[in-house]
Design a protein around this ligand. Structure first.
Ligand code: NAD
Ligand code: UD1
Length: 337
């Protein structure tokens, strides 16, 4: 049985991937400092699988504890989700972001190298395409960063490309997520943002549950069919399944691989509001507000490479995403608290 270390496994995408891994016969160890998640998410996972998940509350910056962790376990691969992800906060606190994400990843890579663990799946982001000129975005398109968060992702990608180039025993998968939303169909785990959500879907569900009054739609004057911004929303369970495919590839093939994980479909903010209403029967009151600085008009993926090489494609619709996000939010109005 293959043993996988999941860093950031208590978080949104990490918890869903941990579940998927365990349900597919992997042994999982979770490491998380709980800076943006709660231990309750792992308790819920244990309830879902009916068993224990080994958990270590360790910070990526605490190298000594990571060395000990790698001495205690014989990992076959690492899926590295741990990182800070709030764009606005990264603009306010760039050093904190570089330290946590870049230095933290360097520590992890050193510990992996010294322990002879050289299979890594990394959580990258569509943010590495910067302010994209045209969609669909392909993996070999131009890369840039437009904020410190994006710069940490691009820097880590560059480090990993250099690492693989220096030594081909490193097998690495760079997964560029588009806009992950939704929740596990059980409603036991889901996205639990701190404070007022920045991202669209958790904002919508908090309006639906009555915690927020109305949605502000940032911009209705983009050059898009209805004037609102277009994104590629992907159900977090489809995304989690993509990680399993990427992992299986690393166990069978040498190389450094880069994949967009999205649906390949662009949806506008208004499409999302309408889909939510259709899926749940709940009206979302909204007003149009000025554009949010730094937002692209249109961003969606070309997913043909992942489909061709990984045999992976999404199965869940926008309606599924809305229904499952709402199921999670309505069962857990205050998240994991
Ligand atoms: P999340 O915040 O829910 O999960 C990240 C987890 O990492 C949290 O549990 C947090 O406590 C942990 N963590 C952060 N810094 C750590 C450190 N120094 N040591 C140990 N643990 C630490 O976020 P998520 O949405 O699940 O995202 C997971 C990864 O995917 C992140 O790297 C994020 O940048 C990337 N990503 C997310 C999105 C998205 O929209 N959610 C999009 C693209 C990429
Ligand atoms: C944001 C980040 C991006 C990150 C991604 C995933 C910014 C500028 N970009 O992307 O770097 O990789 O999250 O974490 O923060 N919207 C509203 N009202 C809201 C919230 C959002 O109209 O209250 C609109 C946005 O303008 C956008 C769409 O909804 O058109 C999606 O926004 P969001 O969920 O924040 O994701 P991104 O902006 O794509």
């Amino acid at each position: 049985m293959k043993q996988i270390l999941v860093t950031g496994g208590a978080g949104f995408i990490g918890s869903h991937t941990t579940l998927e891994l365990i349900q597919n016969g992997f042994k999982v160890v979770v490491m998380d400092n709980l800076s943006n998640s709660k231990i309750e998410s792992l308790d819920r996972l244990e309830k879902l699988i009916g068993g224990k998940i080994p958990f270590y509350q360790i910070d990526l910056l605490d190298k000594e504890s990571m060395i000990q962790l790698f001495k205690n376990h014989d990992f076959d691969a690492v899926i590295h989700f741990a990182g800070l992800k709030a764009v606005g906060e990264s603009v306010q606190k760039p050093l904190y972001y570089y330290q946590n994400n870049v230095t933290g990843t360097l520590n992890l890579l050193e510990v992996m190298n010294n322990s002879g663990v050289n299979n890594l799946v990394f959580s990258s982001s569509a943010t590495v395409y910067g302010d994209p000129e045209e969609s669909p975005l392909k993996e070999d398109g131009p890369l840039s960063s437009v904020n410190p968060y994006g710069a940490t992702k691009l820097t880590i990608e560059n480090i990993l490309r250099d690492l693989h180039y220096s030594d081909s025993k490193w097998r690495i998968s760079l997964l560029r997520y588009f806009n992950p939303v939704g929740a596990h169909e059980s409603g036991e785990i889901g996205e639990d943002p701190n404070g007022i959500p920045n991202n669209l879907m958790p904002y919508v569900t908090q309006v639906a549950v009555g915690k927020l009054q109305k949605l502000n739609i940032y911009g209705n004057d983009y050059e898009t069919p209805d004037g609102t911004g277009i994104r590629d929303y992907i159900h977090v369970v489809d995304l989690a399944k993509g990680h399993l495919k990427a992992l299986e590839q690393l166990f069978s093939e040498e190389g450094l691989f880069t994949y967009n994980l999205g649906t390949g479909q662009g949806s506008s903010v208004l499409d999302m509001v309408h889909a939510f209403q259709e899926a749940t029967g709940i009206n979302i009151p909204y007003t149009f507000a000025p554009r949010r600085p730094g937002d692209a008009a249109i961003c969606y993926a070309d997913v043909s490479k992942a489909e061709r090489e990984l045999g992976w494609k999404t199965e869940r619709t926008l309606i599924d995403m809305c229904r499952d996000s709402w199921n999670w939010q309505s069962k857990n109005p205050n998240g994991f608290e």
